[in-house]
Ligand binder design. Sequence first.
Ligand code: 1HE
Length: 261
Amino acid sequence: MATNPHIQFERRGAEQEVAVVRITRAPKRNALNDALVLALRDVFETLPAGVRAAVITGEGEHFCAGLDLSELQDRDASQGLMHSRMWHAALDCVQYGPVPVVAALQGAVVGGGLELASACHIRVADETTFYALPEGSRGIFVGGGGAVRIPRLIGVARMTDMMLTGRVYNAADGERIGLAQYLVPQGTAYDKAVELATRIASNAPMTNYALTHVLPRIADQSADQGLMTEAMMAAIAQSAPEAKERVRAFVEGRAAKVQKG
Ligand code: 1HE
């Protein structure tokens, strides 16, 4: 499964339905070298059957320090283009893989680490989390899809500020502006992420597919086209036998009500 010494793969849940992908390069703050980026791609391209949700986590005090700066060689323009496209292909496998992915964040979520977190569908941060895009001060630019994904979370103005001024958001402000959907006590992000992934894994697969593959594309469409895509997706989802059984269960009083939050 994982062929990189710095990626651990395991399965959790009663039916082993949750995949846990752990980056284990804590001495280098989980910095992503090319081999690790390719290994992440491979893991999400080849998730075993039976996996219905995934968690990405990083070992140690920091989620991920981004691109491995020691590998940043003197690339010419075309090599730089291909390197960025490699990140794109890998993070597309995370975002548009077979299952929803929850990121468990702590400590540094910076540069390419924030780009990786942004490719996940849900981000859970603990109180030690901080977010930055140091590319601005290192004389480079984002290259791992951050220019597309991060403004969708926090807006163009905030990302511009982070890169122009080196602004660092702490955990509370990160949650406030939308970098994470959950903020939890120190040391509990992983447990919360597994809890959420287990819950997500119990959804109808077609609903999860609609949310991870169709909703982001609707968001990129015009309102008119988006409404048409929504209608077609709704028709496909409701026609599945599993959907009909879940709706029948509620109507017959066998399914959980929505609880007040
Ligand atoms: C690294 C990296 C790295 C740490 N590449 N080796 N990312 C950055 O600009 C962030 C750079 N890193 C940091 O600011 C800090 O390391 C942290 C805030 C993340 C953590 O600080 P700290 O005090 O816990 O650790 P440290 O002592 O700075 O680092 C420990 C070791 O990890 C050290 O190596 P050592 O051999 O001296 O022990 C560091 O050199 C190493 N290390 N971060 C390589 N990033 C697709 S384009 C994406 C573009 C980017 O991501 S640019 C942003 C890169």
